[in-house]
Design a protein around this ligand. Structure first.
Ligand SMILES: [Zn+2]
Length: 53
């Protein structure tokens, strides 16, 4: 489980937009990239992101 306060300070590394938690993924509000969470740690790396459909 990822902490709400942590989500608030995170931003998409690509466009610096705010992100939100969706299931077990961190989703960018602008570009829609989905970042994985591993062991409760958001992996905010462009190379690790899934592109939106
Ligand atoms: Zn983004």
């Amino acid at each position: 489980m990822v902490d709400d306060e942590l989500i608030k300070i995170l931003a998409c590394p690509l466009d610096k937009a705010p992100v939100k938690l969706e299931g077990d993924r961190i989703v960018c509000s602008r570009c829609g990239r989905r970042y994985p969470v591993r062991d409760g740690i958001p992996v905010m790396l462009i190379d690790e992101a899934e592109l939106p459909a």
